[in-house]
Design a binder for this molecule. Structure first.
Ligand code: TEU
Length: 561
């Protein structure tokens, strides 16, 4: 059975506000993206995922949609989307758009009507509830449930006009849609068909596993992987794209391997893959994102191996270290100060040679790092601002709060793309909405494209390996050295082909003791790709007993040369 096309794909994520600004207003836009497709094509990615560009008050930078079938003038026009689709298709590339339907913006006409009056036909398009237990609106504990918003505070916003609360799992300007209402589901299906008719090739579904909710009068209920979630996801698949082969990924906070098998089992006809978060939470303490704990690679390897094994027979993994919601990988997991290039390459090798579809977030292919925020006023992200405010109100010192946000904030991913060393990094001729990272004079595309030693070139090589060797796409994953504190080593096997991948994810040298059988098997195998290796290292890599900081390589066996 031939692969669906997306199984050999590599997806490049574009955050339109920060990618390329064509009109000098300091905010990226679609014509800017159109002008930079060569970069993405040269990298080797064949799918472009564009974060939301729809009309929006930008309370959450577009993840608060006020019209699903148009483009915010900030980003351009529908004609620009059509041009983008045509240009990508001419290049043999595809477009994946971001579908945010767990919630809308509070400026969306649906919500304006729903809020308008309790007997408005759209009232039931959202979750309205009276205060609990006969209490008065706004009383402490009167919220219909005790749920906490992802962005801090309660999930219920009081509406004095109607004396009721409405639900928002994220910001209060992002009211949740009521998917129990069949009209809501039918309207979303229609909207997806409308975009498909326009030529888009796939969808990224924002927090899609939160759309099935139960809310009981006693204040209990659930919203993660709710009781009708598979019915809703399958219903959407059947109604919107049926058996057309799109690329679809469901963002699913709180999803387990077991759940993911159900969401991504082709027979279930829901999604091709999901974004899971377990590997993103290895350095999160019990209080979540802003509860900073040290990274433990042994725990990280356990998570990665569990997902590789868990979806080996059924389903499919997405592979990512970063996106617009995460700090920059080289700063979070690497060593941008002493080993930026080596650590960026080693992290990429470990990710791209696993089984699944890799996602490259804009700038990751250049080794872009976190921005050195030196004041809380510089923050834009609603989640970080809310958390900082609450932390200060709880008496935490400004410096401490700044240090935490500098470790975990989402704004790091959202600083402008670094195209060259010019004052605004070639991103804009105006004043960027977020400051350009001062390291752009060193870390930029112009300095890397064409340089065989660059991080960019390393990503090109990894993507070429995926295209060249089916073992990279389909090979079974087997973790080696699970207890080693810094070395990530694994094999991939498919029929008589095999790869050995070894990386020392530390700024300290590390002793390597591979199982004898593995050493023997790969002793004479050619190095398909290596980085951070000491010049003319002593002997064949697989026989080596010591790895340099951030040294990484992949050796093959039984591959046609
Ligand atoms: O993100 C959902 C999500 O998981 C993150 O918001 C995360 O939970 C949060 O940062 C907690 O630390 C999606 C989008 O990717 C994100 O940009 C949006 O802000 C969010 O949904 C709401 O639409």
């Amino acid at each position: 059975m031939p692969h669906p096309w997306w199984k050999t794909s590599v997806v490049y994520q574009v955050y339109p506000r920060s990618f390329a600004d064509s009109d000098g207003d300091g905010v990226g836009d679609l014509p800017g993206l159109l002008g930079r497709l060569d970069h993405i094509q040269a990298l080797g990615a064949d799918v472009v995922w564009v974060s939301p560009f729809y009309p929006s008050p930008q309370a959450d930078n577009g993840y608060d949609v006020a019209d699903y079938q148009d483009v915010d003038p900030l980003f351009g026009t529908l004609a620009d989307v059509d041009r983008l689709i045509a240009a990508l298709h001419e290049r043999g590339m595809r477009l994946m758009i971001d579908i945010v339907v767990n919630h809308t913006s509070d400026a969306h006409p649906w919500f304006v009507e729903s809020r308008g009056s309790s007997d408005n036909p759209r009232r039931d398009w959202y979750w309205w509830r009276p205060p609990r237990g006969g209490m008065a609106l706004g009383d402490k504990g009167a919220e219909p449930t005790d749920w906490g918003s992802f962005f801090g505070g309660p999930t219920w916003e009081p509406d004095p006009a109607s004396g009721e609360y409405y639900l928002h799992l994220f910001d209060r300007r992002q009211p949740d849609l009521n998917w129990e209402n069949p009209q809501v589901r039918a309207t979303i299906h229609e909207m997806l068909r409308w975009w498909l008719a326009r030529g888009v090739d796939g969808f990224r579904f924002d927090v899609i596993n939160l759309v099935s909710k139960t809310i009981h009068d006693d204040g209990t209920g659930i919203f993660v992987n709710g009781p009708r979630i598979h019915e809703f996801c399958r219903g959407m698949h059947e109604a919107a794209w049926g058996s057309d082969t799109l690329i679809t990924v469901g963002e699913c906070p709180g999803v387990s391997v077991e759940h993911a098998r159900r969401y991504t089992d082709p027979a279930a006809r829901e999604f091709d893959m999901v974004f899971q978060f377990e590997h993103m939470h290895v350095d999160h303490g019990p209080a979540g994102r802003f509860d900073v704990i040290p990274l433990d690679w042994v725990r990280m390897k356990q998570v990665l191996a569990r997902w590789q094994d868990g979806l080996a027979e059924v389903g499919w993994n997405s592979l990512y270290w970063g996106n617009h919601d995460q700090p920059r990988p080289v700063s979070r997991y690497g060593d941008p100060a002493a080993y930026r290039v080596e650590s960026a390459k080693a992290l990429a090798t470990v990710l791209h040679l696993q089984r699944g579809t890799p996602y490259v977030f804009q700038g990751e292919e250049l080794g872009m790092g976190n921005y050195p925020f030196d004041s809380l006023d510089q923050l834009d992200d609603v989640e970080s601002r809310n958390w900082a405010q609450a932390a200060l109100a709880a008496g935490r010192a400004v410096d401490e709060v700044l240090a935490v946000v500098n470790a975990r904030g989402r704004d790091h991913a959202r600083t402008p793309m670094q195209w060259d060393a010019s004052p605004q990094a070639g991103f804009t001729t105006g004043t960027p909405w977020l400051p350009v990272n001062p390291d752009h004079t060193l870390v930029n595309a112009a300095a890397q494209v064409g340089d065989p030693e660059s991080v960019f070139a390393h990503y090109q090589s990894l993507i070429r390996l995926r295209r060249q060797f089916t073992v990279v796409v389909d090979g079974r994953f087997e973790l080696l050295l699970p207890e080693h504190p810094s070395i990530v080593a694994f094999t991939r096997r498919l029929d008589d082909q095999a790869l050995l991948v070894v990386a020392n994810l530390s700024s300290e040298p590390a002793d390597l003791h591979l199982p004898d059988a593995v050493t023997t098997e790969f002793a004479d195998g050619p190095v398909l790709l290596g980085s951070g290796m000491p010049p003319a290292g002593p002997g064949r890599p697989a026989k080596r007993s010591r790895l340099a900081p951030w040294e990484a390589w992949v050796i093959s066996r039984g591959m046609p040369r």
